[in-house]
Design a binder for this molecule. Structure first.
Ligand code: FAD
Length: 464
């Protein structure tokens, strides 16, 4: 069977659904092709289940600091992992029903099956041929398990499988300490598993600032054994796995692999069409999402993204796929949050992306910060980067209580192109974690001699 459409969207995840919303503003002649379950990675195995489990873990962990507040008897608290996992799945059902409402509205456009390219304008799904003026590839990504570990698959968990478990093992090695690995290492440890966290690099989360990274590592190390700087190798010992990295070794029941994700672009016929370059990447314009030299667009995690980017990219691709003239869209600044406690975040330009001699840093720690002390979470550091001459805010890295909220405030003021002085004119309520931002910004301002005087004058005028 053959069908001709204006646009075919491949992948009913966040990016694909957002593309469809945009496409519907212009045409009804489109299809949404999806292979596997509906519901999106975010809800089924990504953002939502990790955060539900993380919240439960932090709630249970708080019992350890409650005695100092005069709350007694917490030593009697226990956790039932089977019930915890049931709770995660029940909550997931709730979020799933919202997504399925959106999917249901697209029912006349849905095609279930794996899309395979025959030409840049034609895809085959089972025995159906779809010819489309434009095609949007929004196929997401899959957890990486190295080939040499496949023989241990029965003892390896990933984000695709962990939330489907009835129970969890006593000992586990979390391998890979980027965003997901650090989140899961702390979460699993806080729900009572014996966790060893192993990272091949010397940094965790997405941190690049050596000072923030060192602070975060020493803090996590108090809670979880952290092995950094060596690749892990695995061997089987009976029903368990021996994990070795550098001169350290541990016997575990299972492994949680957080080794990154590979784009879902294999077996789709994209190589034969020359869409995938020899280095395995796809050349696209991030302002239009158009794949160079093809009537194709790309959106979402298939090219590595977080949720707000997948959503934006779906919209951009959907808009451009239905217009005669493409529009270039300004992209939002980068925001990466690791939902640990305290949170880790990289906002705007990271330390590694900036040239130290051109910038000035403003920093503070949370060791003596009022709100951090009140909540007994007085650990953390913020480092904000600004232009050396003007104080224009460029980026920041942090490891801080309420770090997700502080990261948003920083992202917003950086996006609005404010200087440290502009932000210091804004109100800061007391006592709040935001006061730490003010301290860091004052610290930055104190290092910028030229503009400081004008700023003081401006403030005097304002107060007058
Ligand atoms: C464990 C985890 C935690 C995360 N936490 C966060 C977080 O806290 N905050 C945040 O912002 N982001 C987070 N993310 C990232 C976020 O979930 C992704 O950016 C987002 O889900 C990507 O959406 P997508 O539409 O690109 O892909 P998906 O939602 O994966 O959709 C892709 C769809 O395409 C289908 N497909 C694949 N190949 C084909 C084919 N050939 N034919 C037809 N269909 C196909 C797939 O089956 C799937 O249904 C997390 C991700 C993971 C894995």
């Amino acid at each position: 069977m053959k069908q001709r459409v204006d646009v075919a969207v491949i992948g009913a995840g966040t990016a694909g659904l957002s593309a469809c919303k945009e496409i519907q503003k212009t045409t009804n002649n489109f299809v949404l092709i999806n292979h596997g379950s509906y519901g999106t990675t975010c809800v089924l195995s990504g953002c939502m289940p990790t955060k539900i489990l993380g919240y439960t873990a932090n709630l249970y962990h708080q019992r350890q600091s409650m005695a100092q507040f005069g709350i007694c008897g917490t030593e009697a608290l226990t956790i039932n992992i089977k019930l915890v996992l049931q709770h995660v799945r029940a909550m997931r059902e709730y979020f799933l029903s919202n997504i399925m409402d959106s999917v249901e509205k697209l029912r006349p456009h849905l095609l279930q099956g794996f899309a395979h390219f025959i030409s840049p304008n034609i895809v085959r799904i089972n025995n159906r041929i779809i010819e489309a003026d434009k095609i949007i590839i929004a196929t997401g990504s899959t957890p990486i398990i190295p080939q040499e570990w496949h023989e241990f698959n029965d003892l390896i968990l990933t984000s695709n499988s962990i939330f489907e478990q009835e129970d969890l093992p006593h000992t586990i090695a979390v391998i890979g300490l980027s965003i997901l690995g650090v989140e899961m290492a702390q979460t699993l440890s806080r729900i009572g598993l014996n966790v060893t966290a192993i990272g091949a690099d010397d940094h965790i989360g997405t941190l690049t600032d050596p000072e923030v990274n060192a602070y975060a590592i020493s803090s996590f190390h108090e809670e979880i054994p952290l092995w950094l700087g060596h690749k892990a190798t695995i061997t089987r010992e009976g029903q368990r796995l021996r994990v070795t990295a550098g001169d350290k070794t541990v016997l575990v029941d299972k492994i949680f692999a957080a080794l990154g994700r590979k784009p879902n672009i294999t077996h789709m016929g994209l190589e034969a069409l020359g869409i995938i370059k020899p280095d395995g990447t796809i050349d696209y314009n991030p302002q239009t999402m158009r794949i160079k030299n093809f009537p194709l667009y790309i959106a979402g995690d298939v090219k590595h993204s977080v949720l707000y980017e997948a959503d934006d990219e779906g919209k951009i691709a959907g808009y451009n796929a239905t217009r005669a003239h493409e529009m270039s869209f300004k992209r939002r600044i980068k925001l990466r949050i690791t939902h640990t406690s305290p949170e880790i975040a990289v906002i705007g330009k990271s330390w590694a992306e900036l040239i130290p001699s051109f910038i000035v840093t403003g920093e503070t720690t949370f060791d003596n910060q009022g709100t951090a002390r009140i909540i007994a979470q007085n650990k953390g550091i913020i480092r904000i980067y600004g232009d050396k001459k003007t104080g224009l805010l460029l980026g920041a890295e942090l490891f801080a209580p309420y770090g997700d909220h502080l990261a948003h405030l920083l992202a917003w003021v950086i996006e609005m192109k404010l200087t440290a002085y502009d932000v210091l004119k804004l109100p800061f309520y007391h006592p709040t974690a935001e006061e730490a931002l003010r301290t860091a910004l004052h610290n930055m301002a104190s290092k910028i001699v030229t503009v400081k005087k004008t700023s003081v004058k401006a403030r005097e005028e304002e107060i007058a």
